[in-house]
Design a protein around this ligand. Structure first.
Ligand code: MV4
Length: 608
């Protein structure tokens, strides 16, 4: 076993990995950027090293700085978590080459061949794992796409060889779009993955997203730990994951699990991984999908995933501990038949976002109150404590609530209870959105597909949920003219909580620095402390959802726009994102210019 593991990550996953190390009596080393000096993962670790400035490219993504920290700490292994360097085959190979340091993950060779999508498809097809009908060779000529369309029909997906996880896919709905979409897919591939190579698949219109957890050791043993259903997604971001999938019969579950196992065995894969599948929905079905349903291999994620906790809860297997053991050369000590599934689990991503404002991430704030739920069946993975300042330089997920119940119904009731208990003040979170989903007919019946949130759910229901269950403090300074105080009074021996709300009044000094009165600071414009562009007007602001670069501005001041009109194009996370108006109005201000880089939360356009 290792002596000391460096965790090349931050936040909840860094703490998750360190907890596994603690139980194995292995020392823990954190790395941190300037923005994370006081963060939870730094507090948790035995020792911690500064690897550079807030910008991830200069710290968490700096190969040499990370390896240098491992050297200084005398760590004998590196665990990458998810995101950042976790799927970077080049970094993995540098760690493999570093004397005395072990990479906790699959070999860089396996990462590389599965990262190349036509290669992965070829490996799977040869192992008798169904792949989406399409090509296993790159296509370059529009005529090839049209020939494919003539044979298999439309729509067709054109995918980038180096893509994955929501990036680098174009859909062609009919022959007239072939030339444009092919060019666009090649351009994106070249720009984002340094690889203009693209291939084709039949585009499935109503897929469910099912993924299978795998563990494979260096002695040839491969086990699958069942599936997770990740169909509830918003713009390719998962929000709730669960297992087992309520949409599959045991027979279909078994078929998909065995296919995943065959596939990774054929790829000489080791350590933990996830095989993603699309499963074709049957419209109007009553009852789960049977063994004749179509399922297709999509891609392999060569890392621990955010939602691995769901599988841990229903199998009782500590996947992170197993990752560490496998990397240390241990053999898996259970058979496939020993893997059993008990009850039902759901994971709720607690993102610091306002769901009612198109899931706009918080631009700052302090956790005035942080009181997470507990009790039977409730697991909380986070790296926070009350009083922490929110770090907004990275992604907005601050915690994961994972709930187990004997069956899906109990899991839903328990989740509602836990979400009601979860008290967070000072920053917005999507807890109200989760409460809405747990009372939503489609989600509760588990008939939702990957399209549900983006195309079907009524936005006004999210707004209502936010009003009903959101905390008063949104963290963006909007409520600061309202002074609130909570009192506890007793009338005839019975306790009452009284909330006092005064508008436009001076702050009530509380003297205790506690949660009694809200801020005494003057009102600030939205995004006021983020260092972004200054905004004078008081219209509806359209903010950047993520850090990125402005590629194109599609409107001018004075333009009338309708809901859904594209305002600007933002390049972020290696994708071109259309920023659209959520409602109609007049453009009164454009706060950015082309090629400007913006931070998450910066105002882009003001509408009146
Ligand atoms: C697809 C598809 C339908 N047909 N491929 C999106 C992310 C990328 N890695 C694969 N994705 C998809 N590929 C074919 N042939 C639909 C999606 C897709 C999707 C997949 C999984 C989870 C959510 C999704 C949301 C939209 C589209």
């Amino acid at each position: 076993m290792f002596r000391k593991v460096l965790v090349a990550n931050r936040g909840e996953i860094a703490v998750r990995v360190m907890r596994a190390c603690e139980e194995l009596n292995v020392g823990t080393v954190a790395i941190y950027s300037e923005a994370d000096r006081d963060s939870g993962h730094v507090r948790y670790a035995d020792e911690a090293y500064n690897v550079g400035p807030a910008r991830a490219a200069d710290s968490y993504l700096d190969h040499e700085a990370v390896i240098e920290a491992a050297r200084k700490a005398d760590a004998d292994a590196i665990h990458p978590g998810y995101g950042f360097l976790a799927e970077n085959a080049e970094f993995a190979s540098k760690v493999e080459a570093a004397e005395g340091i072990t990479w906790i993950g699959p070999s860089s060779d396996a990462m590389e061949s599965l990262g190349e999508k036509t290669k992965a498809r070829t490996i799977m097809a040869e192992a008798d794992v169904p792949i989406v009908p399409g090509t296993t060779e790159p296509v370059t000529d529009p005529e090839e796409v049209k020939a494919f369309g003539d044979e298999h029909g439309y729509p067709i997906a054109i995918k980038a060889e180096g893509g994955g996880g929501g990036r680098g896919m174009k859909v062609v709905w009919d022959e007239s779009e072939v030339e444009d979409q092919l060019e666009s897919a090649k351009r994106e591939g070249e720009a984002y993955f340094d690889n203009p190579s693209v291939y084709l698949e039949r585009y499935l219109e109503q897929p469910r997203h099912i993924e299978v957890q795998i563990l494979a050791d260096e002695h040839g043993n491969v086990r699958h730990l069942g599936e997770r259903d990740c169909s509830l997604q918003r713009r390719h971001q998962k929000v709730i994951e669960e297992g087992p999938s309520a949409a599959l019969t045991d027979e279909l579950r078994e078929k998909i699990g065995e296919a995943a196992r065959r596939g990774v065995a054929a790829a000489d894969y080791t350590n933990a991984g996830t095989v993603e599948f699309l499963v074709e929905e049957e419209p109007g079905r009553d009852g789960p999908l049977g063994p004749d349903a179509n399922f297709y291999f999509l891609e392999v994620n060569t890392r621990i995933q955010v939602e691995h906790t769901v599988t841990e809860e229903i199998t009782g297997i500590d996947i992170v501990k197993r990752q560490i053991g496998i990397a240390a050369g241990e053999e898996i000590d259970f058979d496939q038949d020993d893997v059993t599934f008990d009850g039902h689990a759901m994971e709720f991503r607690i993102n610091a976002e306002n769901a009612a404002e198109d899931f706009a991430p918080a631009t700052g704030g302090t956790l005035e109150t942080y009181d997470p739920p507990g009790g039977i069946g409730v697991r909380l993975d986070d790296a926070l404590k009350q009083g922490d300042e929110l770090v907004t330089d990275y992604d907005s997920m601050i915690a994961k609530l994972v709930v187990w119940g004997e069956d899906r119904d109990e899991c839903i009731e328990r989740s509602l209870r836990a979400l009601r208990e979860y008290e967070i003040e000072g920053i917005p979170t999507i807890i109200p959105f989760h409460r809405l989903m747990l009372t939503d007919e489609e989600f509760v019946a588990s008939t939702h597909t990957t399209k549900y949130l983006d195309e079907e759910l009524d936005q006004s229901r999210i707004e209502e949920a936010q009003q009903q269950w959101g905390s008063d403090t949104t963290g963006d300074g909007e409520d600061e003219e309202t002074v609130e105080r909570e009192f506890t009074v007793e009338v005839n021996g019975k306790r009452f909580e009284v909330e006092l709300e005064e508008h436009g009044a001076p702050a009530i000094p509380t003297g205790d620095g506690g949660t009694g009165g809200t801020a005494a600071s003057p009102p600030q414009p939205a995004g006021g402390d983020s260092g972004g562009p200054d905004i004078a007007g008081d219209g509806e602001t359209v903010d950047a959802e993520m850090q990125g670069t402005i590629l194109d501005i599609e409107v001018e001041e004075g333009d009338e726009v309708a809901a859904g009109d594209v305002l600007v194009v933002l390049e972020a996370m290696k994708m071109e994102n259309d920023i659209v108006a959520s409602q109609g109005g007049t453009v009164t201000e454009i706060a950015v210019e082309e090629d400007q880089s913006v931070d998450m939360g910066d105002t882009l356009v003001v509408l009146e």
